[in-house]
Design a protein around this ligand. Structure first.
Ligand SMILES: *Cc1c(COP(=O)(O)O)cnc(C)c1O
Length: 397
């Protein structure tokens, strides 16, 4: 056994060793120190509706949620989530047994995996994947098996044969994300039907991250996987107020699923945060009850920003994958004579005063993600325009 030295070294266990630092911290620090425009991290630079902020203030003043709220979430919010799923998708959930409020989608993902995986279970997840997936699978002792979305006709597409081939006897669950961050892909009805068929045939659970459900553009349509035959009883659907209502700091998310699944996820959740975001839960209940015109305006506004950024990036020489959903644009930097997204993003603040994220951080197969770089358009139009102006310098070199 190695001798202990007198200076204790902080050390991260083997499960998490590969997740020591995040690119977001590095890039945001770089944005700060260079005075760059930060199109890296995906949070809006404008807060959500005034009336919803006021609802939070009211809850706080009236003493609602200032002490531990109920473990499953306040009844008002659970009822509002159930009403939203029914109104938008025809999915009926019992607010008492089939809805669980979480500390954002992040906790919902972690709690679902901690509750549903046995050590060594395989989890098939779309690659590139949201950064918390790999860490949450690892914390749960699972093994991730990525299925890579590949560029095809200007979009990143799921190869259903590859998905089928990734499922083995050790696969416990599929971890899906649609609309998909960072590619902007929205899975089609036909793709989702094939995923559902596979899940039923191989008796898999599915955890589906639908935090961008209301950010779909053009002809794309968000269809919850739980609406497909045989899926309601095996699907854990995850939603969040952060992206839809532009309150990412409130950390109010939720899970909808069959009672046995919700109760399993709740068992894990109660020892993570137990509860969170008391007063904000009441405010989000009101947000979910806003008329659909809020969602229509939100989508139209984000669509306009997408188009401004997409055109600007194209003009600056990037190959642009126009997203069908989310508030991210993935680009290919090859036309600029660049190959390595990491090096490109590290030099971009110096070269152009803009921060972006190399998609390779979302891949196990870093080479597959090397030429892709992600920009966020959940920023004020003036900020996006200023970034484009700066990026147009890249061509003049
Ligand atoms: C932002 C994001 C989350 C995290 O949502 P929170 O509610 O802030 O925890 C989860 N999944 C995806 C794909 C995201 O982009």
């Amino acid at each position: 056994m190695a001798a202990m030295t007198s200076t204790a070294r902080p050390h991260l266990n083997r499960r998490l060793a590969e997740f020591g630092t995040t690119i977001f911290a590095e890039m945001s620090a770089l944005a700060q120190s260079t005075g760059s425009i930060n199109l890296g991290q995906g949070f809006p630079d404008t807060d959500g509706p005034e009336e919803i902020r006021e609802a939070a203030v009211r809850a706080l003043r009236d003493g609602r949620g200032n002490q531990y709220p109920p473990g499953p979430g306040v009844p008002e919010l659970r009822t509002a989530v159930a009403a939203h799923q029914l109104r938008r998708y025809g999915l009926s959930y019992d607010p008492d047994t089939e809805v669980l409020v979480t500390a954002g989608a992040t906790e919902a993902i972690a709690a679902s995996l901690l509750a549903l995986l046995e050590p060594g279970d395989e989890v098939v997840a779309l690659e590139p994947y949201y950064d918390s997936y790999a860490a949450s699978i690892a914390m749960a002792g699972g093994r991730r098996v990525p299925v890579t979305l590949r560029p095809h006709d200007g979009a990143f597409r799921l190869d259903l044969d590859e998905l089928r081939a990734a499922v083995t006897d050790r696969t416990r669950l599929l971890l899906l994300n649609t609309p998909h961050n960072p590619t902007g892909t929205v899975l089609t009805r036909a793709e989702l039907a094939a995923v559902a068929e596979l899940a039923v045939e191989r008796n898999l659970l599915v955890v589906t991250d639908e935090v961008y459900e209301h950010l779909v553009f053009d002809d794309a349509e968000h269809i919850p996987l739980a609406t497909f035959p045989g899926m309601r009883e095996r699907t854990v659907t995850i939603g969040s107020a952060g992206k839809t209502y532009s309150f990412t700091g409130w950390k109010v998310g939720w899970v909808t699923a069959a009672p046995e699944l919700v109760s399993a996820v709740r068992s894990a959740k109660q020892f993570l945060t137990y509860v969170a975001s008391g007063p904000f839960q009441y405010a989000v209940a009101e947000a979910l009850a806003l008329p659909d015109s809020y969602l229509d305006d939100f989508r139209r506004d984000m669509l306009a920003r997408r188009d401004i950024l997409a055109e600007g990036l194209t003009a600056a020489g990037f190959a642009v994958f126009r997203p069908a959903g989310t508030y991210f644009i993935t680009t290919d930097i090859s036309p600029l004579g660049e190959k390595d997204g990491f090096a490109f993003c590290r030099s971009l603040p110096e070269r152009a005063g803009v921060v972006a994220i190399p998609n390779a951080v979302f891949y196990d197969d870093r080479a597959a993600g090397a030429p892709y770089v992600r920009f966020a358009f959940c920023k004020r139009k003036g900020v996006i325009e200023a970034a484009i102006e700066r990026l147009s310098e890249l061509r003049k070199r």
